[in-house]
Design a protein around this ligand. Structure first.
Ligand code: ZN
Ligand code: ZN
Length: 232
């Protein structure tokens, strides 16, 4: 079946995302857009993922456990997992640099439950790279069965190519993400990679329409992730 997806969406936990990016609003918007599967991929944190998974059950939308890691080189890697426990184990394995968030400058980092209640605020700024470099991050994702996607490689900010000059052949993943503004030149030069097209939405209206899909046998996390690994 065609699974229409958007696997890179920031919730209100990311300081750069709108405060109305609640788990419930995101999943509701995904339903309106006709998506079958999404991922809440906040910067260096997982604290709104379970609420989103709960909302997904109500709407019949698959929510892939995910996080967008900022490595020590300030490269962004989208990480996707088969279950929440694996995501959380990976998350806990990372060493964070503890810089206090300043909401007036960087924005709010809201922890929100499935009923839209703000249950907490992340104290430390999530826009700071972890201690681990990209090779270590990718190796740890794979050791927990997850998928590492080089995020927005066509962009200057925090993209693998912008920072390393190229995608090293030994980086440990052959899956890349392109933004919807990727140029035809970027698209053709990266045609040898498995490619995902995500919104990287920070506002509700930026969540993808039902245009990008993968073929998967059924609408389950396992089938979707297996398809990304094998058949994309
Ligand atoms: Zn990013
Ligand atoms: Zn992002």
């Amino acid at each position: 079946m065609k699974v229409y997806y958007d696997f890179h969406i920031h919730s209100a936990l990311s300081p750069c995302a709108d405060d109305d990016m609640t788990p419930s609003n995101i999943i509701g918007m995904a339903a309106v857009k006709g998506l079958h599967a999404v991922a809440i991929s906040d910067h260096n944190s997982t604290k709104n993922v379970q609420a989103a998974m709960e909302c997904g059950e109500d709407f019949g939308i698959i929510v892939i456990p995910a996080m967008e890691v900022q490595t020590s080189e300030d490269i962004h890697v989208l990480t996707l997992f088969y279950d929440y426990a694996a995501l959380e184990a990976f998350h806990k394995s990372l060493t964070k640099r503890q810089v206090k968030n300043r909401e007036q400058i960087f924005g709010n980092q809201l922890i929100i439950d499935a009923e839209d209640n703000v249950t907490g605020r992340e104290e430390y700024l999530l826009l700071v790279g972890v201690e681990e470099g990209i090779y270590t991050v990718i190796r740890r994702v794979k050791s927990r069965g997850g998928i590492a996607v080089l995020a927005h490689v066509d962009r200057e900010e925090n993209g693998t190519i912008a920072i390393l000059g190229q995608i090293p052949t030994d980086i440990g993943t052959d899956i890349i993400e392109l933004s919807k503004r990727a140029s035809p030149e970027a698209m053709s030069s990266l045609s040898g990679y498995k490619r995902l097209f995500n919104s990287d939405a920070h506002r509700l209206e930026d969540i993808s329409d039902a245009v990008n899909y993968i073929e998967a046998p059924a609408l389950t996390i396992k089938d979707i992730l297996d398809s990304i690994k094998e058949a994309l």
